[in-house]
Design a protein around this ligand. Structure first.
Ligand code: FES
Ligand code: FES
Length: 153
């Protein structure tokens, strides 16, 4: 089937999508957007988090066909050209990125949190990021990054 979807502000089209295909596969393999990562494919790790109509979802759990005529924003779409989003910048500056596999999902989840709660408490940050697993950082640098981003927005 053909899927028409708006991705990062651009109208895109994917052909030969099969019924069971995930939004994550379509984004990465058909639309050339490898930012969202495929770690568990079971909705457990959050590395594939993208916005679907402004709501963060695990793209591995959404069928590609469900995105028809909807709006998707991936981690690539948070930057403004070459200028990183403040959340992306903060992750780099705070040293919150090691292998980087979890980072795109964490950045989208943190971006969503700060849109809803501009000055979150530590428990609010932890709760918002509870669905995003990181095997490298021990999470402290990630918390630092979100606090830093909040202080700049
Ligand atoms: S790859 Fe989607 S939640 Fe892990
Ligand atoms: S930086 Fe490696 S999993 Fe988070």
């Amino acid at each position: 089937m053909r899927v028409n979807v708006r991705v990062n502000g651009e109208q895109r089209q994917a052909d030969d999508v099969w019924e069971g295909e995930s939004l994550l596969f379509m984004l990465r393999e058909r639309l050339g957007l490898p930012g969202s990562k495929n770690a568990c494919e079971q909705g457990e790790c959050g590395s594939c988090t993208v916005y679907l109509d402004n709501v963060p979802v695990c793209a591995c759990l959404v069928a590609a066909g469900q995105a028809q005529d909807r709006e998707v924003r991936t981690v690539e779409g948070l930057a403004d050209g070459d200028a990183l989003d403040p959340v992306q910048e903060a992750f780099v500056e705070a040293g919150a990125v090691q292998c980087g596999f979890c980072t795109p999902g964490l950045v989208v989840a943190a971006h969503d949190l700060l849109d809803r709660v501009p000055s979150p408490s530590d428990p609010e940050i932890r709760e918002a990021l509870a669905g995003n697993l990181c095997r490298c950082t021990g999470y402290e640098k990630i918390l630092d990054a979100v606090r830093l981003a909040a202080s700049r927005r």
